[in-house]
Design a protein around this ligand. Sequence first.
Ligand code: GLY
Ligand code: MN
Ligand code: MN
Length: 496
Amino acid sequence: MSEQQRPQAEMDAPEFSPRKNGQAQSVSDELAAWMRTGWADTEMRDLEPIEQAGHTARRRTALSEAFPGERLVIPSGRLLTRSNDTEYPFRAATNYAYLTGDTTDGNCLVLTPRAGGGHDVVLYLKPRSNRDNGEFWLGGYGELWTGRRNSLEEASALLGVPTADVRTLPAALRADTVATRVVRGHDAEIDAIVDEVRADVDEQARAKSARLDEELGVRLADHRLVKDEWEVAQLQKAVDATVRGFNDVVAALPQAKDTSERYVEGTFFLRARVEGNDVGYGTIAASGANATTLHWTRNDGPVREGDLLLLDAGVETTTLYTADVTRTMPVSGTFTELQRKVYDIVYKAQEAGIAAVAPGAPFIAFHEASQRVLAEELIAWGLLEGPLDRVLELGLQRRYSLHGTGHMLGMDVHDCAVSRQEVHLYGDLKPGMVLTVEPGLYFQPDDLTVPEELRGIGVRIEDDVLVTEEGRTVMSAALPRSSAEVEAWLAERMPR
Ligand code: GLY
Ligand code: MN
Ligand code: MN
């Protein structure tokens, strides 16, 4: 039977595009009819809402209050082709997951303004596969290929929101020309429909759309700056799994020495996949001079006795909260005198940075505290020429420290990056904020301004810190941090 001869119902179901593997096997009418029947009712009834449903409801209310009278469109994002009919692992858009608790692809949250104020919420989702038109087993995105989805009713019960078939979303958006904002960049089709709808409202709206949409993203980032209790617990879960991942790596160092940095990356990844969704960002497994490349993710270098190994990695929970932790460890188990000297300076800078994290303190204070220590120590070592004030004013220590001392942490590893400067970069810390403190020193292998024996040494120490009412909690404190503690850790856990 040719493509034209496939059952009509199947031909009428193009919404979920077919697989692209070119093997269009014919389906006899008898088989098609048989496949339509004989399936048990698997609908799950009396489902309880997921744990975060109360939190997502509160977050949606805050968003509704921030944009009265406007329709807000928050897509989950689409699968991205890796090659032909394979896709990259899907990771839902942060704002979508934050507002719904859902992490599946191809969906969209819509808040539509009500006449009397507030918004109606509808979550547009892929429904169960249709068993009548063959899509469930013939289409590449049918449930027999990708797994059972929740029915719209099940999803509604679990997530605590009304749901609708996502195939009705384009018509719903087009049917109402109310002022609309979209979290842009996650779903090209939805972005295009919003542009279309805006053009109907106001000819100039299209030109303004980038700014309108940006404001929606900024406001959501502002809301996400302070974590609620549930979010803090998720972050602690991510950190705890990350600690176990670091312990796994130490136990696997002999195999890494026999292979490459990839063994370190793979070992950590195993923990991330078993305990969480994925790694929260590309693991940096950098040995020797590779540690002086800040985001070394090629991870294809050797792990040599005598070198330092810098591991910067974080487990992302299934709810999409990530840790971001770095330890720098001597592969042999013991720091050389020079490695220890560099390490201890970075440690001292980190101590100063952590001590500067407190409620009411300017966000930037921890960075300044760490950079001051680095500058002081580099001057004392003779690597920078004083006076200190001049070095700090001109930022000369940055030749060797390179990056900021930390960032907000949450669902995104560099969380809330687009939030307003007055509440973030130039704002004060508040209880519930979580940030990394991660000073480093990096002496490039070709840097002629430092003695030769220092070249190729890179050290970063990174911990995740929660701002509390009283001060701070180092969420990653279970990992050894000082040079002596790191050596004791290796002595205990690294097989000889
Ligand atoms: N892992 C990237 C960072 O530490 O910011
Ligand atoms: Mn990091
Ligand atoms: Mn970081």
